[in-house]
Design a protein around this ligand. Structure first.
Ligand SMILES: [Zn+2]
Length: 421
């Protein structure tokens, strides 16, 4: 039985790796071929300079080549952790530590999960460092200093401990005392926890990393107020964020539910856009709010959570699974194995979620065009954002269908014109 489990895992693991590797290679070749023919998409002709286009191609290729090695490295890492006996060693080590400091069985479980997390985040550090200080610096995007980088990591670690330890304790406790239907209790707990995080994240956690300020007085603000009034969005929820202290990339997003909802514009975005374009971006974000996209996404995630926990409840009582990866059965080992094994079993869900997300983006774009009675500002905002961020103008269609949470700029502009007509 153990051999069969390992074989099944290896098959799914290899399948996921092959798909992602091949898609990346296809995308690289596609971009290179378009570049050789100088095939700039219609909507960008006359708007993007040849040096800007050249730079966006180089940026896309550099990221793709890096992704190739990062992917191989990440895969080897998972295999090494699963099959080197490290998990079993960490389990025994955290058990001894828990015994020495009388932390009990939950302490043992929490230490084990933290240790596995530490192994992965340490091993990913070189990838992360190169991406920030190598790639992003080379193309002029990175604004993070080493000091800020270290401060960010320390803050993230503190947050992870303050939130993660009580969270793990609750899950392990529920698994322990709630009997057969512990997973239903865990489902209720995690769902509530997620809702709480959606509410406290923008107001209490995000401000620890960035400064959020109401928009400055002026024409932009005046016109936003008028637009928000017309749509029925509370203007106290519109902020500008100092994204420029880490990166020159620009962005905007809508987050939260109920009273905690807010629209965040990066200062880099406000700087790069005309007032009309900025207003279109805001109308787009308000479209997400109007059409309840956050709530819809949350419902989908909750369904996945329910199914996932049910499967976990079956695995906990299945000793061959633990034996297959050299572990003794325990609740904490089940949690770690589940998180390591669920990737290869669920990778096809990613593109499905992206499909739903892209549908939401089309809807928000259309909403913006209709609300402003003009499709031009939204189109121009998209073209502007794409050029300034050196985004890939010509992704391979399979690559974007699989990986992109937003439709490509060309797809979006086509859809906006159709919607406006
Ligand atoms: Zn959007």
């Amino acid at each position: 039985m153990e051999q069969l489990i390992v074989a099944l895992f290896v098959v799914f693991f290899a399948l996921e790796f092959t798909i992602e590797f091949v898609l990346n290679e296809l995308n690289l070749r596609h971009v290179r071929a378009r570049w050789a023919e100088k095939q700039i998409p219609d909507f960008f002709r006359g708007k993007i300079g040849s040096d800007e286009y050249e730079k966006s191609v180089q940026y896309t290729l550099a990221k793709g080549r890096f992704e190739r090695w990062a992917e191989i490295y990440g895969r080897c890492l998972v295999l090494a952790v699963l099959f080197s006996g490290l998990l079993n060693w960490l389990d025994r080590f955290s058990g001894e530590l828990a015994q020495r400091f009388s932390l009990g069985v939950y302490g043992h479980g929490i230490l084990f999960c933290l240790a596995v997390g530490l192994v992965f985040s340490t091993a990913q550090l070189p990838i992360n460092l190169y991406s920030t200080f190598g790639l992003e610096t080379k193309f002029g995007f990175n604004k993070t200093t080493i000091g800020l980088y270290i401060a960010d990591k320390i803050k993230a670690l503190i947050l992870g401990l303050v939130i993660g330890v009580p969270f793990l304790f609750m899950i392990l406790w529920l698994m322990d005392v709630m009997g057969r239907y512990w997973w239903i209790w865990a489902f209720v707990f995690i769902s509530g926890f997620q809702l709480l995080m959606i509410v406290i994240f923008p107001t209490f956690i995000a401000p620890w990393f960035n400064k959020y300020e109401p928009l400055k007085e002026g024409e932009f603000r005046e016109r936003i107020l008028a637009l928000a009034e017309r749509i029925g969005f509370k203007t106290s929820g519109i902020y500008s964020m100092d994204g420029s202290k880490r990166s020159a990339h620009s962005n905007a997003y809508f987050t939260g539910i109920g009273k905690a909802k807010r629209i965040v514009l990066f200062d880099t975005l406000i700087e790069q856009m005309t007032i009309d374009q900025g207003l279109a971006v805001l109308a787009h974000e308000m479209g997400h709010y109007k059409m309840k996209h956050i709530r819809r996404m949350l419902v989908v995630q909750t369904v996945f959570l329910f199914i996932g926990l049910y499967i976990l409840s079956l695995l906990v009582d299945y000793p061959p699974l633990f034996a297959a990866f050299g572990l003794s059965p325990s609740n904490h080992a089940a949690l770690v194995l589940f998180s390591l094994l669920s990737g290869p079993a669920t990778f096809y869900l990613g593109p499905l979620i992206n499909l739903l997300s892209r549908k939401h983006e089309y809807e928000a774009d259309c909403f913006a065009a209709l609300t402003l009675h003009d499709s031009k500002p939204m189109e121009e905002a998209l073209v502007n954002l794409t050029i300034k961020n050196l985004s890939n103008l010509t992704p391979h269609p399979w690559y974007s269908a699989y990986h992109y949470s937003h439709p490509t700029p060309t797809e979006r502009i086509e859809a906006i014109r159709q919607c406006a007509a």
